[in-house]
Write a protein that binds this ligand. Structure first.
Ligand code: ACO
Length: 432
């Protein structure tokens, strides 16, 4: 295997080192390209461009492999807890028993949000999108944590406290925004509950309703959060790293990540999937008609929940969810949902359709996640918030890795200018 790439340009040959990753992948290092040749690379959507080296997550889109720090997503989703996976992503190793206890203590001690922030939830319009609320509050949390700014060492206990505080508070923020939107009093976090049980309790308990999360729902929520916890250099994670590369705080970077995740081509897709299924149910359209619409070249409509920039085979996260489908149906909590039948029919027909086969468009993680959250009682407009709760440890891990990497530079892409060439200024009276 050649370890250099030769480039012939303007009669000169330039050589660029080819680096090898730990899973045998290769990348050409073009850091000196512009200095050598005056050229910049142009790569819309970064289809071929690596922005960094990373030790956190490995994805093989052709083979349908996803590993966090070397561990298979299938093993983590079924055998670990979400806080353990968060620790793994941030620190690189599964936590020891002692670290589990310590991290649990930090999560519990930091679950509350400052009472001054509660008025924000009450003042926003009841129909405000929960992702807008989440982005605003995640940024505002930084205003209440001045210690972190005094000690930005990512190896310090203060960093651990800040990371735990963000991971713990995000579920409180999500549940409070829901309670405010339905006009119910907030339910506070409880010290003796697990991460997932605490969240479900804050969402669905009230002074007049006793709610105890079903163990299967807790298990499924745990798996959902784990499968969303990281996915290497996706749009929101790259945003977190890019914003952080300017020296912006962890809070500001996470806020930017939440905003990036909001879009329908990224985290907003699980909401779009449910809306598609609801449309099919309400409009009386057949699954075939929706598929034909998605295939039409004159209609920009796309079938949400299918296709992925990286996976050109079945998304392993969708496979994890599919394996939990029977447990969901058998747990007795699930009131039979006609959307599930539509989803199963849609998946079946898409997987047999030549258009989708040729383009390697398979169900992605968002295809089933919305159905699972719906079974839990999570409202449709909170689905992207659930994604953000899961993705937060990944964002923190990448922010830390970017922060600790001595090669980090402020991210500043180049461009190919295609506007007007230099021209003479025209005074206002002469512009016609
Ligand atoms: N429905 C119909 N056609 C599609 C779909 C879809 N969901 N996705 C891609 N295609 C078609 C495109 O029209 C294009 O067709 P063409 O070659 O005839 O022009 C071809 O497949 C390739 O499409 P690209 O946009 O180039 O593929 P890319 O890999 O860049 O896109 C993306 C990936 C953005 C996720 C796309 O598949 C999509 O929009 N899917 C629907 C939204 C969705 O589910 N997003 C969630 C992603 S998972 C996540 O963020 C966690």
């Amino acid at each position: 295997m050649a370890d250099k790439l030769s480039l012939l340009y303007n009669g000169n040959t330039f050589e660029y080192p080819v680096l090898q990753g730990s899973e045998g992948e290769h990348a050409v290092d073009v850091s000196t390209l512009r200095k050598d040749t005056g050229l910049v690379t142009l790569d819309y959507g970064y289809l071929n461009t690596g922005s960094t080296q990373s030790k956190i997550t490995f994805v093989d889109g052709e083979k349908g492999i996803l590993r966090y720090r070397g561990y298979a997503i299938e093993d983590l989703a079924t055998s670990a807890t979400f806080p353990e996976v968060a620790w793994l992503l941030i620190h690189g190793e599964l936590p020891t028993e002692q670290e589990v206890v310590h991290f649990r203590k930090l999560l519990t001690e930091n679950a509350l949000i400052h009472e001054n922030l509660l008025s924000f939830f009450r003042e926003v319009p009841p129909n405000a999108h929960p992702m807008g609320i989440l982005a605003s509050v995640m940024n505002a949390l930084g205003l209440f944590n001045t210690k972190f700014y005094d000690d930005e060492q990512t190896g310090s206990e203060q960093f651990n406290i800040t990371a735990a505080s963000l991971i713990s508070k995000i579920r409180t923020v999500a549940a409070f925004s829901y309670k405010a939107s339905i006009g119910e009093p907030f339910v506070y976090p409880e010290a003796d509950r697990s991460y997932c049980s605490n969240f479900l309790n804050m969402m669905f308990s009230s002074r007049t309703r006793h709610y105890e999360p079903h163990p299967v729902m807790e298990k499924i929520l745990n798996a959902l959060l784990i499968i969303h916890a990281d996915h290497e250099q996706n749009c929101s994670t790259s945003t977190v790293r890019m914003v952080g590369s300017s020296g912006a705080s962890l809070y500001a970077s996470i806020c930017a990540g939440v905003c990036a995740l909001w879009g329908p081509r990224h985290g907003g897709a699980n909401q779009a999937v449910l809306e598609t299924l609801l449309d099919i149910q309400k409009s009386g359209m057949t699954v075939e008609q929706v598929i034909e619409r998605a295939k039409s070249k004159t209609d920009p409509y796309r079938l949400s929940g299918f296709g992925h920039r990286v996976y050109k085979s079945y998304d392993p996260r969708a496979r994890v969810l599919k394996s939990l489908l029977n447990e969901l149906l058998d747990c007795g909590e699930h009131v039979h949902d006609p959307l599930l039948d539509i989803a199963i029919e849609l998946e079946d027909k898409v997987l047999k359709d030549d258009y989708f086969i040729e383009r390697k468009l398979y169900p992605n993680v968002d295809f089933y996640s919305g159905i699972f959250y719906r079974a839990m009682g999570i409202p449709t407009d909170m689905l992207t918030v659930m994604f953000a709760i899961g993705r937060l440890p990944g964002w923190i891990a990448h922010w830390k890795e970017m922060h600790d990497d001595k090669n980090t530079k402020i991210n500043r892409p180049r461009q190919l200018y295609i506007g007007e060439p230099a021209r003479k200024f025209v005074p206002r009276y002469a512009r016609g």
